[in-house]
Design a protein around this ligand. Sequence first.
Ligand SMILES: NC(=O)c1ccc[n+]([C@@H]2O[C@H](COP(=O)([O-])OP(=O)(O)OC[C@H]3O[C@@H](n4cnc5c(N)ncnc54)[C@H](OP(=O)(O)O)[C@@H]3O)[C@@H](O)[C@H]2O)c1
Length: 252
Amino acid sequence: MQIRMDGKVAIVTGGSRGIGRAIAEIFVRAGARVMITSRGAEACEAAAREIGEGADFEPGHVGREDDVRRVIDATLSRLGRIDVLVNNAATNPYGGPMIDVDRARWDKTFEINLTAPMFWSQQVWRRWMSEHGGSIVNISSVGGLATSPVLGVYDVTKAALIHMTKQLAAELAPKVRVNCLAPGLVRTEFARALWDGGRGEKIAQAYPLKRLGEPEDVAGAALFLAADTGRWITGQTWALDGGGLIAFGPIA
Ligand SMILES: NC(=O)c1ccc[n+]([C@@H]2O[C@H](COP(=O)([O-])OP(=O)(O)OC[C@H]3O[C@@H](n4cnc5c(N)ncnc54)[C@H](OP(=O)(O)O)[C@@H]3O)[C@@H](O)[C@H]2O)c1
């Protein structure tokens, strides 16, 4: 069985590289048309060109309301509808104990990782999905299900995104399904500091499936949830982490 999205239109934030690009590509290969958006116009254009027919782009900052409106306007005028929104773009400007964070980086992390997915969801609901239905997929992290010595601020935003998924799923049903993916360590630019220079090998060995994630591992699950295969699933968060969360821990 092949999962198909023929006739569907999706917006993927942060679609120019990494996990977002892989999601954009798998959606196009499944027959959808995809609007790729991120800040860098050249990277958006390159991703759309490489993916080929079915991929379009409109640059924008996910946290700026004018940009959100412009991307949605462009999607509706050029592609005609919005069946799927993937809230994928995120940031992590602070590393260290949460208790020491400064206000500016706390606010920035919440603005991009939590506030932006909320207001993107609100806009697509008001402009298309409340009338025509649709599906939203949020990209969280296994960090949102655990604690960390250095990623606490980021993890709190990702935990809130998991709860926001449930809240919006309950509010927007039955017209719109809202689900969430929580990846473990995936080999992208975003996480390079965690895996580059052999650092990833130790983490890979701690995962029961003995390897780090690749963007395509996340894209397949996003396709399943966004397409009709996910039609009876809403409010759920799936951990995609090579089994990291169920690995044996220290014995008490
Ligand atoms: N990689 C991992 O190990 C991992 C693990 C768990 C969860 N995740 C989550 O997976 C998602 C994708 O991460 P990734 O690893 O694929 O990262 P990535 O390769 O760095 O890609 C991030 C994308 O988001 C865009 N972006 C960043 N800030 C933006 C902003 N303010 N406005 C618009 N676009 C913005 C980037 O383009 P521009 O810079 O040009 O804007 C880029 O297209 C994130 O939600 C991340 O938290 C990643």
